[in-house]
Design a protein around this ligand. Structure first.
Ligand code: KIV
Ligand code: ZN
Length: 535
């Protein structure tokens, strides 16, 4: 039976904990696009970012807060009042804003990272929550590194922040250290030992360093937690966070023993996962639970024979339940515009008329070269031709000479800020020559961190999708390109990464300024505790 008591709130932190891990950086447009999909998926809370981290983060959170109507929009803040102000400024226009403030509570963090005492941390947590509650009635507090925190002290912290007005208290396994049973016991201990615990929703947030984040989260929910923090595809710091699709489908599939439910529209899961991969250029491994390419593939004859008789012989949930399309073979070169528009809708893309026209035109061009067109081809077209912003750099022409009797040489023509430029250069192989020439024309020199090629479908006529990761200061920025010619796809991917770096550059320039200002604000409040000015 579904009742408020057994409802689990889904707090998605793909855009915050997920985005802060290397290779997953997204620009503001990409974050907004993904937030819209999270809303469609039915997540209860979208953690949109950490506004004090940079002007770019602030602006993205603000845009998401202004647009998302159904989900709550949360912004992360440390406990300094300047951070909280910044978070509030970013989310205040949301229909359902939330401030999420955190501080570490384990001795190891308190001593070595914060250089504070337990008493100071307790006071700081209380002041921060009280202050956040003066801005909104929806305040979450996280006790960072809770699983390595002294239990009695953790109880004291939880009790204090609930007294100060926190409506949600999160118990993170920040370093992915807890075993599932142990974590469930910790949550049960809090329920037994914190007097006012019923006044707040208890939340769990697990990292996957030991590969048990989903199990740990579920164990916490069994013990009484009713919010779970997770990410699409399990992306996040280091080994990642608990994966949303795995937690949700475990609750759904084993409701018989867990008795818990969420409001997630499970049919949107597959599209959400694909969209994230398209935006970041990072694919999930084929054997990934729920959303991997093999998650519903049955190779063995025995399994296939069983499935023909009854699907439940080897399938504990259906691919349709998570929105995996029936068959991947779609339309051919004779398909009309309406058929394509309908198919796009089935795939989860609500495109404007003009955008459908663009996809249709590109589809026809590609269908002339390829024998069969697949969903993946359409996704590649959408990623490249619809959601790509007007770019600084554009590829106009590529010619590569290569072979075992030639020095690989690339000739590249590009448009840069409207000006046509051309160069030729050589390299150790055709890809190296292409990238070297692009570097020469654009006068850039970012370190290439990763170069990955995969065919989106089967056959030698398949489109190649190339992912390139470049280092830009402390960030790793991904670029993606697709084309039936792998070298053209490689050039497009490299240029896409350069364009994405451009979209972060503006943010970094502003960043220098804002960090200085906020450092001052934090120092001010630290030196004048309790000061009521809003510097
Ligand atoms: O892992 C963690 O502790 C966090 C907190 C900021 C909630 O991400
Ligand atoms: Zn985390």
């Amino acid at each position: 039976m579904k009742s408020e008591e057994n409802r689990v709130f889904i707090f998605d932190t793909t855009l915050r904990d997920g985005e802060q891990s290397p290779g997953f950086s997204m620009n503001s447009d990409e974050k907004l696009r993904f937030a819209r999909q999270l809303e469609k998926l039915g997540v209860d809370i979208i953690e949109a970012g950490f506004p004090v981290a940079s002007e770019g983060d602030f602006a993205s959170v603000q845009r998401i807060a202004g647009e998302i109507k159904k989900s709550q929009v949360a912004a992360l803040a440390r406990t300094s009042l300047g951070d909280i102000d910044r978070a509030w400024d970013a989310v205040r226009d949301a229909v359902f804003p939330r401030i999420h403030t955190f501080i570490s509570t384990s001795d190891i963090h308190i001593k070595h990272m914060l250089k504070m005492t337990r008493e100071q941390v307790l006071k700081e947590a209380h002041t921060a929550v009280k202050y956040a509650c003066s801005l909104t009635g929806n305040v979450e507090f996280s006790a960072q590194d809770a699983t390595r925190t002294d239990r009695k002290y953790l109880c004291e912290v939880v009790e204090t922040v609930i007294d100060a007005g926190a409506t949600t208290v999160n118990i993170p396994d920040t370093v992915g250290y807890a075993m599932p049973d142990e974590f469930g016991e910790l949550i049960a201990y809090l329920f037994d030992n914190v007097g006012n615990i019923k006044k707040a929703v208890i939340s769990v947030h697990s990292h996957d360093d030991l590969g048990v984040a989903v199990a740990t989260s579920i164990s916490g929910l069994k013990a009484g937690a009713r919010q779970v923090e997770c990410t699409i595809n399990g992306i996040g710091e280091r080994a990642g966070n608990a994966s949303l699709e795995e937690v949700v489908m475990a609750l759904e599939t084993r409701r018989d023993i867990l008795g818990l439910y969420t409001n997630i529209k499970t049919k949107q899961i597959y599209h959400s996962s694909r969209l994230l991969s398209d935006i970041t250029g990072v694919q999930v491994q084929p054997n990934k639970a729920i959303v991997g390419a093999n998650a519903f593939a049955h190779e063995s004859g025995i399994h296939q024979a069983g499935l023909i008789r009854d699907k439940m012989t080897y399938e504990i949930m259906t691919p349709e339940a998570v929105g995996v399309p029936d068959t991947n073979i779609v339309l051919g070169k004779h398909s009309g515009r309406n058929a394509i528009r309908e198919h796009l809708k089935k795939m989860g893309f609500d495109l404007a008329r003009k955008e459908v026209d663009i996809v249709f035109k590109r589809f026809k061009e590609l269908a002339d070269i390829k024998k069969e067109m697949f969903d993946e081809d359409i996704e590649a077209i959408i990623a490249e031709d619809i959601f790509r912003k007007p770019d600084k750099y554009k590829l106009l022409y590529l010619n590569v000479v290569s072979g075992n009797a030639a020095i690989p040489t690339a000739t590249v023509q590009m448009e840069i800020n409207g000006e046509v430029m051309q160069e030729a250069y050589f390299g150790v192989g055709p890809v190296d020559a292409t990238f070297a020439t692009i570097r020469k024309i654009t006068d850039t020199n970012h370190r290439l961190v990763k170069y990955l090629v995969h065919a989106v479908t089967e056959g030698t006529d398949a489109q190649g999708v190339v992912t390139v990761q470049l280092r830009h200061k402390k960030r790793i920025i991904s670029g993606r390109g697709s084309d039936p010619d792998v070298l053209v796809a490689s050039a497009k991917a490299y240029i896409n990464a350069l364009n994405r770096i451009e979209s972060f550059q503006y943010v970094t320039m502003q960043n220098g300024k804002s960090l200085r200002r906020y450092k001052y604000v934090n120092d001010h409040y630290r030196e004048n505790p309790g000061c009521s000015c809003r510097a």
